[in-house]
Write a protein that binds this ligand. Sequence first.
Ligand code: ADP
Length: 240
Amino acid sequence: MAAISIAGLTHSFDGVPVLRGVDLDVASGRLVALLGPSGSGKTTLLRLICGFDRAEQGSIRVGSTIVSAPGVHLPPDRRQIGYVPQEGGLFPHLSVADNIVFGLPRAQRKARHRVSELLDMVGLPASFATRAPQQLSGGQQQRVALARALAPSPALVLLDEPFSALDTALRQETRQAVADALAASGATALLVTHDQSEALSMGSQVAVMWHGRLIQVDTPETLYRTPVTSALARFVGEAV
Ligand code: ADP
């Protein structure tokens, strides 16, 4: 069974269609890159999956739970989704460890071995647990944000342009660390990006959003060799 299954999703703003019937299945343990130009509808799709907005039509299943369907709208905190925003969103007044356990049930927040395990998964030393977020680089903060998202073992992790605020050198290193951590955790993940090379290098599959539709969902190789439209060919070609 797919870890997330989206069927016939539509959404509009002020009568203007923004999502025009989106279908997507992501198999368990996969990292799928959601790639598309600015304004194509990626953020809107992400917000509907998280539950920040309510879909007009269609359905979303996460794990075995229907989280969105006609007459069904589960609140974000009941969707078993981990979220990594563009710029970590770590709480500056909490230590790294307290940030990581923040979303866990109270009884589990004392489990410091889980903090060490998660820090190790994202490639950071256990000694970082007591640091304040401001003592870390932007890339390290994003890794902590991923550790926090993974802490409750969510059915799905959503990453929203997580490297866009990093400089080029840090971006490469952080991409690798994030890809390794997701693979080690076995998490299913959807990574939103407008960066073609990021999508092609990180996704086991790339789903291309274009004017509110997913026009191609393929492996990076197939997408690169046989893009379905000439406009997409030009867009993907900009990656090299
Ligand atoms: P992307 O994330 O791919 O850049 P978005 O999902 O942010 O695309 O936006 C898709 C379209 O929806 C754009 O035309 C954008 O202007 C419009 N849009 C997004 N959010 C709103 C909103 N809250 N109100 C009105 N229009 C919006």
